[in-house]
Design a protein around this ligand. Sequence first.
Ligand code: HEM
Length: 145
Amino acid sequence: MKKIVPLGLGALLVLPLAFSIGADAQQDEEPTPLQQAMGELNGNMRKLRKLVESPADNQAVLLETVRNVQEAALAAFANPPTAEAGLAADDAAMWQAQFKRSVLALADTSVQMEIAVLSGDADGVTSAYAALGELKKSGHDTFKK
Ligand code: HEM
């Protein structure tokens, strides 16, 4: 005779788990385009941290990584956050314009790093990296809710 009890018990244990995983997946929201851009910035900045220590040995990957930073900065520019509710329209527009300026500075600084890499200017690479870190800090202090 077939033993059906163990199967029944197994289903009892597994089914609620399957439902709870489904529910979690539904609750997890997709990252917004801005959050995706920030995630890209984060991954590429982490990569840069090691690479900038010896730019001459890492030129190709450095260039690829710094160009990824440029693209992510421009993606952030194209997807600015909205200012907090309750601000006057002019103030909200100003806040957003300042955000765009700040991420363009990020793009510009990463192009400066690209130029430093291409011209073999190791100090320029390090100082551009430090400037990117400063822009991140001030950008988050001002714009991250
Ligand atoms: C290299 C520089 C930067 C890095 C590595 C970085 C990294 C990050 C990370 C990891 C997050 C969290 C994303 C998430 O919730 O999934 C974030 C969020 C954010 N960052 Fe940056 N960031 C940088 C520069 C900037 C700059 C310059 C600005 C402003 C001009 C800025 C504004 C923001 C804002 C507004 C958020 C919140 C986004 C949201 O949840 O809607 N970030 N950033």
